[in-house]
Design a protein around this ligand. Structure first.
Ligand code: ZN
Length: 74
């Protein structure tokens, strides 16, 4: 039986930590992070998500109003 609901791991090349966020791969194109080839979604672990936020800070076009309140789940 195929288990689909397994915990996802970070899709960044060389990282295998548990993912806490998942973005579209294109979102990472402006950062220094690379997803493993073949990944459809960029699942990010805590550390890489932090880095993603850092590297995309100031680039409002990508984020728009998606995370106005840090820490809010929605
Ligand atoms: Zn990671």
């Amino acid at each position: 039986m195929v288990v689909v609901g397994k915990a996802e791991v970070c899709a960044i090349d060389g990282c295998g930590a548990e993912a806490v966020r998942s973005l579209s791969v294109q979102r990472l194109s402006g950062t220094s992070m690379k997803v493993r080839p073949g990944s459809k979604k960029a699942t990010l672990c805590r550390e890489h998500y932090k880095r993603f936020k850092k590297e995309t800070r100031g680039d409002r076009r990508l984020e728009q109003d998606r995370y106005r309140s840090p820490g809010a789940s929605r």
